[in-house]
Design a protein around this ligand. Structure first.
Ligand SMILES: Nc1ncnc2c1ncn2[C@@H]1O[C@H](COP(=O)(O)OP(=O)(O)O)[C@@H](O)[C@H]1O
Ligand SMILES: [Mg+2]
Length: 332
């Protein structure tokens, strides 16, 4: 049996303009996707996890046949997104994080019936499906209130209901919990687990690591338009747990501390603000004291005035930088 989703080398550039003066601009090319590969098995939840700008929405738009890639392709239940677009659309239900397109002066129920009929359901069939979907997303009680009066959490549920009107086997959800309060976000997550139990395949995007952790069968981490790690949450965590971050704040006075730390750990990033720099060094858990000692000695010998030292657990951003550099793979 073919995979629910098979993504083969998607590349996508955006051409925009950079303003360089009041009346001047320069053409700018952004490589949003640089060859994205991954697959989603039937009946599983896969999270595409990555920071802002990683290429998550671009990937979903291409898979949903809203955007055409520059090269590469993907197969949805075996159908090619480039050559079998209509077939692909019967297989998928899609939501985007900023929910537009609902009619505020219609009720949730009326909105769904309207969209059902747009998808060529008869009025009675659309009503039946709308009721069924409202039940599934637990909105039956609020079915006859105006969309305008819905909370964000209710809007998110309605968006899910709309995505499922034509009963697609695959759902593609772009940041389904973004902007929701913790309770509403949890409701949506529980709902996604229920949908998986009912046999749906779900591809979702998130920048929230714990969300990806609690929901997913597999996680594909994306950064800078590339998949940088793939595995079950357990596999990835086992790798992430081996990383520690040493953070050193110092007076740099125009000198770049990296020059003096070349042989030590892996420098994740240096940020500088009016003569004060923060250096972040990644190292394996258990080695942080050795790395710290060496780094401090080098910096002192080089005449830097040290202000503050901390050993931190990696943030998602640190982990991404490490994973993207490939350093981290070597240590796991
Ligand atoms: N319509 C667009 N025009 C120009 N650049 C874009 C456009 N959409 C996205 N980008 C750029 O492409 C990259 C990936 O964006 P996106 O897919 O939205 O990432 P994510 O959803 O992970 O935040 C970013 O650098 C973003 O600024
Ligand atoms: Mg996005």
């Amino acid at each position: 049996m073919v995979e629910a989703i098979r993504v083969e080398g998607l590349e996508k550039k955006y051409v925009t303009k950079d303003r360089i003066g009041l009346f001047k601009s320069r053409k700018k090319v952004i490589r949003a996707l640089k060859g994205v590969f991954f697959k989603v098995e039937r009946g599983e939840i896969l999270s595409l996890l990555g920071p802002n700008g990683a290429g998550k929405t671009t990937t979903i738009k291409i898979l949903a046949t809203i955007l055409i890639p520059d090269s590469g392709t993907a197969y949805i239940n075996g159908y090619d997104i480039l050559r079998e677009r209509d077939k692909v659309r019967t297989q998928i239900g899609v939501t985007f994080s900023v929910e537009r397109g609902f009619y505020p002066r219609l009720t949730g129920f009326e909105n769904l019936v309207y969209f059902g009929m747009l998808q060529h359901l008869s009025r009675s069939e659309a009503k039946r499906r709308a009721r069924e979907m409202l039940e599934i997303v637990d909105l039956s009680r609020d079915a006859h209130r105006l969309f305008d009066e819905y909370s964000l959490g209710m809007k998110a549920k309605l968006a899910l209901a709309r995505a499922m009107l034509h009963d697609p086997p695959i759902l593609m959800l772009d940041e389904p919990t973004i902007g929701l309060d913790p309770v509403a976000a949890k409701n949506i997550r529980n709902l996604l687990l229920t949908l998986r139990e009912r046999g749906k395949t779900i591809l979702l995007t998130t920048h929230n690591m714990s969300e990806a952790d609690t929901l997913s069968d597999h996680i594909a981490m994306i950064n800078g338009g590339e998949i940088v790690a793939y595995g079950t949450p357990e596999e990835l965590k086992a790798r992430l747990n081996k990383l520690q971050i040493i953070s050193i704040t110092l007076q740099s006075k125009g000198r770049d501390p990296r020059v003096f730390l070349m042989d030590i750990g892996s420098i994740i990033r240096v940020s500088e603000n009016s003569g004060v720099s923060v250096v972040k060094i990644g190292c394996k858990k258990g080695e942080e004291m050795d790395v710290l000692y060496m780094a401090l000695r080098k910096l002192r010998e080089s005449g830097f005035n040290l202000l503050r030292v901390e050993v931190e657990s990696p943030t998602l951003e640190d982990v991404f930088v490490e994973v993207a550099r490939g350093e981290f793979k070597k240590t796991s």
